[in-house]
Design a protein around this ligand. Structure first.
Ligand code: ATR
Length: 282
């Protein structure tokens, strides 16, 4: 009997997770299956309960259920600190003793991609996070753990940047870190420069340009867009201004590797899988 896993979301048809996990399982010789499951928008809990009842060992959770997944685990098991800090869960583990464990591997995936694959050192650097939605919240704790010098969070709606900066301050305090954090409006970035700029907004989905100045890309800047599969206006602007540019495909594969490790206790080699997914995406 193989152990069963899946990614659950709505929509789900374009998910690359089944391909990625199949490649990990083959590479590491793990006897497991992994499929994509569409949940009705108003039926997430019932769908997860049915999967648990039929013996699934864990799930990846994607849009729009990451918040519900956290809530689900909080009443049926436990929530690990990464998920707690992110306010969302992308990985559920079904444990015979503890019940449902919620984790979040998105932020670790991002930081692992930046430090191990791109080999960009985050320590002491000036970091700018663009966006104040769930994607931004999810990366704050692992970013703080990477010990940058400062983190500025800029968002179109200032209240959300402010909320994210408050969350950041709690993380900094809890981890005894000395990272400074500030919320900003986009127009307040003029005159500042950053070494690492992470775009967590969904502006690229609609090909929208962000109102950021060309001068914010410092010498040697890494501009990282959490989206993948297309060149966003942010990536194009960064390229024009001499920055090194990365899309979110590495993060996608790294967050999957971290989930795979949580479930199976084995770390896959992400490089060949990343190459395979990138070749398919072109
Ligand atoms: P996610 O969970 O992916 O972060 P979200 O919570 O809907 O999704 O957040 C989307 C983010 O992209 C928000 O920060 C949003 O800005 P607002 O908070 O002002 O809505 C940002 N965003 C989306 N489209 C944008 C655009 N065209 N320009 C600037 N920011 C944009």
């Amino acid at each position: 009997m193989v152990d069963k896993y899946a990614v659950i979301g709505n929509p789900i048809v374009h998910s690359k997770s089944p391909l990625i996990h199949a490649a990990f399982a083959q590479q590491t010789g793990q006897a497991m299956s992994y499929e994509a499951i569409l949940s009705p928008l108003d039926g997430f809990e019932a769908a997860v309960e049915a999967l648990m009842a039929s013996g699934y060992k864990g799930l990846n959770v994607t849009v729009p259920f990451k918040f519900e997944a956290l809530k689900f685990a909080s009443t049926r098991g436990k929530v690990n600190s990464c998920a707690e800090r992110a306010g969302a869960s992308n990985t559920l583990i079904f444990d015979a003793n503890i019940g449902v464990i919620a984790d979040n591997t998105d932020g670790v995936g991002l930081v692992n991609d930046i430090t191990h694959n791109i080999k960009f050192e985050i320590r002491h650097k000036r970091v700018l996070v663009l966006g104040g939605g769930g994607a931004a919240f999810g990366i704050l704790q692992p970013l703080v753990e990477a010990a940058p010098g400062s983190i500025v969070i800029a968002n179109r709606t200032f209240a959300k940047a402010d909320e994210a900066a408050n969350r950041l301050a709690e993380i900094v305090k809890a981890s005894n870190s000395r990272v400074s954090g500030l919320p900003k409006r986009f127009e307040e970035l003029d005159g500042l420069q950053f070494d690492l700029i992470i775009n967590s907004t969904s502006a690229g989905l609609t090909d929208s340009t962000l109102p950021i100045s060309d001068s914010i890309f410092a010498e040697g800047c890494l501009a990282y867009d959490m989206m993948y599969g297309r060149e966003t206006p942010f990536m194009a602007q960064a390229r024009r201004n001499g920055a090194q540019v990365a899309d979110g495909l590495g993060m996608l594969v790294e967050q999957a590797a971290e989930a795979f490790y949580l479930w199976r206790g084995v770390r896959p080699d992400t490089k060949p899988v990343m190459d395979k997914i990138r070749a398919l995406a072109i």
